[in-house]
Design a protein around this ligand. Structure first.
Ligand code: ZN
Ligand code: MN
Length: 130
């Protein structure tokens, strides 16, 4: 491996480690700020490129939350997410996967349903009015 390739793979490891260590589902900008603490010269472009690669390799998950800015998750085990409509926080939901939703969908579809992506939304504990 060339020196440059080694540097890039270390940066990629750093991004992966950070995402494994947090349950905050950070945006690319937040990840960039975090990784810069270790690699002050890293560019936002490099962070984006590494995030795309890690997503492609299935090492991390990209969450498209509908607010136009993607978030990233180091936990690749199947799990559901709750998105707060007010503060935008993305929270893991500790619940059993609803697998039979694919069976139901298949029963009403002429092709073949292989999966689904479901987001729950509402107000998080901090945003629910007292
Ligand atoms: Zn909230
Ligand atoms: Mn998650």
């Amino acid at each position: 491996m060339t020196a440059a390739a080694t540097k890039y793979s270390r940066q990629r490891e750093c991004i992966k480690e950070y995402l494994r260590s947090t349950r905050e589902h950070p945006t690319a900008d937040t990840i960039y700020m975090k990784v810069r603490e270790v690699y002050p010269n890293i560019s936002l472009g490099t962070v984006y490129r590494n995030l795309a690669l890690l997503t492609e390799q299935g090492e991390i998950i990209k969450l498209s939350c509908g607010d136009g800015c993607d978030r990233f998750d180091g936990n690749t085990a199947p799990h559901y997410h709750f998105i707060c409509r007010q503060c935008g926080r993305v929270i893991d939901l500790d619940m059993e996967p609803i697998e039979h939703i694919n069976t139901i969908a298949n029963a009403h579809f002429n092709g073949r349903v292989d999966g689904n992506i479901t987001y729950f939304y509402g107000l998080c504990r901090e945003c629910v009015p007292d």
